[in-house]
Ligand binder design. Structure first.
Ligand SMILES: [Mg+2]
Length: 250
């Protein structure tokens, strides 16, 4: 078994690492229409911080009740069908991302700075399906770098976002036999809540739709307006790494 890193930095994708235009939204809406035969009522659904699974359910629930009922009755089978269609959609549309996607300020530099510390590992805690996560990181040149896509948590299963962080924790435990201190970096209060419910530290970055105030109010241990200065997150991670009172894997 590999030596256990002391800190796992677990990145959200959208609004945190990068901005991907509307391609991800379009993939989800197309998948929803494939499964239900109805146009996705996307204007009625807040996507930020939600998993693809939960967005599918929220779109279903935003349909008129007589349209939604057959899909409610399918329970988790409905969610699995949407996720399969989303996964399929990314296979066809990943190329569109390259034209619009861009990393947010300081992200490549911050990822590189964290990678310089051998006691730190980087992976994902994202609401995206796995193949969507790879497509998005690939579009900005981050798929084959220090962020380990063989670990992490993804939005392709049932449950609230905390399940994503728990999945990442389980993957770390499976690889290393123990769990390092987890630092979840995300752009919404839902990221912060999920991190805390899973026993991780939460760092908020206000480069998505949520403000510095929103992220503080959600209880994030640290909040940055952006990652333009890589030293700020590096310092947080160093502090987590050296905190003798940290309780790995709480
Ligand atoms: Mg996000």
């Amino acid at each position: 078994m590999s030596p256990t890193p002391r800190v796992a930095v677990c990145w959200d994708i959208d609004g945190t690492l990068l901005w991907g235009g509307t391609v991800g939204r379009d993939v989800l809406c197309d998948a929803f229409t494939t499964v239900t035969g109805h146009r996705a009522p996307i204007e009625a659904v807040a996507m930020g911080g939600r998993t693809d699974w939960l967005i599918g359910e929220a779109l279903r629930d935003a349909l008129p009740a007589h349209h939604a009922a057959p899909f409610v009755a399918r329970g988790d089978d409905f969610g699995h069908a949407v996720i399969a269609a989303v996964t399929d959609g990314w296979g066809r549309r990943a190329g569109e991302l390259a034209a619009v996607a861009r990393t947010l300020p300081g992200v490549p530099e911050t990822v590189a700075a964290l990678a310089a510390d051998p006691a730190v590992i980087q992976t994902l805690t994202t609401g995206n399906v796995r193949v969507g996560a790879r497509a998005k990181l690939g579009a900005v040149g981050l798929a084959d770098g220090p962020i380990d896509l063989g670990l992490g948590g993804y939005g392709e299963g049932p449950g609230q976002r905390v399940r994503v962080v728990e999945q990442a924790r389980d993957a770390l435990a499976a690889r290393y036999g123990e769990v390092p201190v987890m630092v979840v970096v995300g752009d919404t209060p839902l990221d912060v809540e999920a991190a805390h419910r899973a026993g991780a530290l939460a760092v908020g970055v206000a480069t998505g739709r949520s403000s510095v105030g929103d992220l503080h109010a959600a209880g994030a241990e640290h909040v940055f307006d952006d990652l333009a200065d890589p030293g700020r997150l590096v310092a947080v991670v160093r502090s987590a790494r050296e905190d003798r009172h940290a309780e790995p894997g709480r």
